[in-house]
Design a protein around this ligand. Structure first.
Ligand code: GLU
Length: 313
């Protein structure tokens, strides 16, 4: 019998601003989860969005992780490990070859719809920012749009009208119907930019990631990703989602809230104070305890981590 693969966790930040406490919570818990099983931790730079990603943000992010004592075994800007690069902006050929494999299965089609066209097909209750594509450009659809001269189409993948079931390592059994959740989704934008869903699957699979730990805002995206894993015949990693950290007003933290970003936190606290606070929010240590990430390793267990979102006071 083959030995089980060594655990490999990952942190996959988008370098679009300074990390905030919520990003660090994800980094710490993915580090603890992998390291507590004797595994490795990989750092991938998700700089797919050319308009918002910046190299100086990626450098700062690495510096902040090291300051916190969260060192990666593989990846990063210096590409520690077997691959030439761990930056998504430089992995376009890899995404193209996976796209070609899906194309060969007859699953893809070009889509000329604009965002405005898609919004016009939305039912009024879908106001949570999620866009469900109605399949306007799907081959065979009688209302298919005429090809619009000059503009390059996006590439979409057809999704089946059935449930995708999986077990999240923290939130338990999940069932998602992709037709209702998102409809046929984009793998490559009309301007050539690669979509997150394709890049994240190709990268996690080809980088040998065995567990994906991240915020629960991406819980349902796991179903889109599992669909791609299955079509590409890749082994599906374990998905483990985390509660979100929210500001006192109940909104999830974002990079625009500078009061809890690493710049502000570093000028007011030591790394041990920040890790201790996050360790407390993960149910691992009493409030007010300062400690290192390594100190948390023997205390770590997913059963201690809360599942409701965490309001910071
Ligand atoms: N790059 C994404 C972000 O920073 C995370 C994607 C993932 O972990 O799958 O929000």
């Amino acid at each position: 019998m083959a030995a089980p693969a060594k655990v490999k966790g990952r942190f996959a930040p988008s370098p679009t601003g300074r990390m905030h406490l919520g990003n660090v919570y994800s980094a710490l818990l993915s580090w603890l989860s992998a390291k507590s099983k004797g595994g490795d931790w990989l750092l991938r730079i998700e700089d797919l969005d050319p308009g918002r990603s910046r190299l100086d943000f990626a450098r700062q992010l690495e510096e902040d992780l090291l300051w916190l004592g969260l060192e990666w075994d593989e990846g990063g800007l210096d590409a520690k490990g077997p691959l030439d690069t761990y930056c998504q902006s430089r992995r376009g050929e890899i995404y193209q070859s996976q796209l070609d494999r899906l194309e060969a299965q007859g699953l893809l089609y070009p889509c000329w719809c604009t965002r405005a066209d898609i919004m016009a097909t939305q039912a009024p209750h879908e106001s949570d920012g999620r866009i469900v594509y109605a399949g306007t450009c799907r081959p065979g659809n009688p209302v298919q749009k005429a090809l619009e001269g000059g503009r390059k189409p996006a590439t979409r993948i057809m999704v089946p009208d059935c449930d995708i079931s999986f077990i999240d390592g923290h939130y338990g059994p999940q069932k998602v119907n992709l037709t209702e959740h998102c409809g046929d989704f984009v793998l490559r934008r009309g301007d050539g930019a690669w979509a997150y869903q394709l890049a994240v699957v190709a990268d996690d699979a080809l980088m040998g990631v065995t567990e994906v730990v991240r915020g629960r805002d991406l819980l349902l995206s796991a179903a889109q990703q599992i669909y791609l894993y299955e079509r590409l015949d890749f082994e599906i990693p374990e998905f483990i989602h985390l509660p979100l950290l929210c500001s006192a007003s109940g909104d999830r933290l974002c990079k625009r809230d500078s009061s809890l970003d690493m710049g502000c936190l570093r000028s007011n606290f030591t790394p041990e104070q920040i890790i201790g606070r996050l360790g407390h929010l993960a149910g691992l240590v009493p409030e007010g305890e300062a400690c290192t990430a390594k100190d948390l390793l023997p205390l770590f267990s997913w059963s201690k981590v809360p599942s409701s979102d965490i309001i910071l006071r």
